[in-house]
Design a protein around this ligand. Structure first.
Ligand code: AFP
Length: 357
């Protein structure tokens, strides 16, 4: 019994009424939602289906694939390839784009996704998610890899599913960010958090501090000040969270504010950035902006980045707007050379203050 509540199917028809290509986008998003329901069921079985653990293969970025990375990728392909809205798909788990098989009608949209983000958490029964983004193929020709290299500002829709205690689908079509909860009895996604608006102000930050020695000075400065709390320049105490699952992290921030950072500076010098632009940073940036937040590399709005490669990685700083603005300012000050720590000339030479005289 839905008690008059809005289902995803009804919401999509109402949001897209009168838009060009309305029926195709509604059908495509319903297919994505069906894939999400299947993935939700798969991950909820835990070890019962024998699907946990590594597969022993590597994905396009050289990361060891979990069995569920590959299985969930197949679920997304299988649910979305047949119904005529898409002309191609690309995912974290495939080195090159997937053309829609010839036996199916070809559409005008491109679907880009990470089928199981945070999958290193799956074996310990922590929250994971699926992230997706929909683009329009700019020409009538069959899409090439180049067709996917569109700035995030061109996304027609973006969203994620969070597989936590409840399965939630968070979606934007460019008119706000809306959150649906899966009713497992009826099988419907029900609109539970319409038009999310995140607070501009926050006292909660999320970053993997084990990478601190690799951070650029503006990020190190910000985190140092958060840790100084009420006794530092922030003038208030901060709290820290790190789940190592971007979907869960972004969901917390959408719900109660906060800031998430995966900035430049990884343990691997050859891969200084961690998160992927097309299927992690761009969809999350659109959702955050549509809820009143901001998303940046520190020096550039995420949604304005012209992609150069399908699996391109970028620094990501997103969340409550006041804090994101502060970090952008720290980057600007650093780049202009005006945030250098003050060093007293008294300490430069042998002096009264040195211990070795
Ligand atoms: P996996 O999908 O390989 O688990 O990576 C998850 C992720 O891309 C993102 O969801 C997390 O924010 C981030 O990596 C966690 O990175 P750390 O392992 O450095 O904490």
């Amino acid at each position: 019994m839905l008690s008059g509540r809005t289902t995803l199917a009804k919401f999509l028809v109402e949001q897209l009424r009168g838009h060009t290509g309305q029926h195709d986008l509604v059908s495509l998003l319903n297919n994505v939602a069906n894939a999400v329901k299947t993935i939700s069921s798969m991950v909820s079985k835990g070890a019962l289906d024998g699907n946990l653990g590594s597969l022993g293969t590597e994905n396009a970025q050289g990361e060891i694939q979990k069995k569920l990375d590959v299985l969930t990728n197949e679920v997304m392909l299988g649910n979305c390839e047949w119904s005529g809205q898409l002309c191609g798909m690309a995912s974290e788990e495939m080195a090159t784009p997937y053309p829609i098989p010839q036996q199916y009608p070809q559409g005008e949209y491109l679907l880009v996704f990470d089928p199981l983000d945070g999958s290193s958490n799956i074996d310990i029964n922590m929250s994971v998610g699926t992230i997706f983004s929909i683009l329009r193929n700019a020409t009538d020709a069959a899409p090439s890899e180049q067709s996917y290299l569109q700035a995030g500002a061109k996304q027609l829709a973006a969203g994620y599913a969070l597989y936590g205690p409840a399965t939630m689908l968070v979606l934007t079509l460019g008119q706000g960010t809306h959150c649906f909860t899966l009713n497992r009895e009826s099988g419907h996604f029900v609109l539970t958090h319409p038009n999310l608006k995140m607070p501009a102000h926050t006292s909660e930050f999320a970053i993997n501090t084990s990478n601190a020695r690799f951070w650029e000075p503006p990020v190190a400065r910000y985190v140092k000040e958060c840790k100084e709390g009420a006794s530092g320049p922030m003038g208030r105490d901060f709290n820290m969270r790190w789940i190592a699952s971007m979907v869960a992290e972004v969901h917390r921030i959408l719900m109660r504010g906060g800031i998430f950072m995966y900035p430049r500076g990884g343990k691997d010098a050859a891969l200084p950035d961690r998160l992927r632009l097309l299927y992690e940073a761009n969809p999350m940036a659109m959702l955050i902006e549509q809820a009143g937040g901001m998303a940046t590399t520190g020096r550039q709005r995420i949604l304005d980045i012209p992609p150069q490669q399908l699996h391109q990685r970028v620094p990501v700083i997103l969340g409550s707007s006041n804090e994101v603005k502060r970090i952008i300012r720290y980057h600007t000050e650093h780049d202009n050379g005006i945030d250098r720590p003050f060093v007293s000339p008294l300490f430069q030479e042998r002096s009264l203050f040195t211990q070795d005289c």
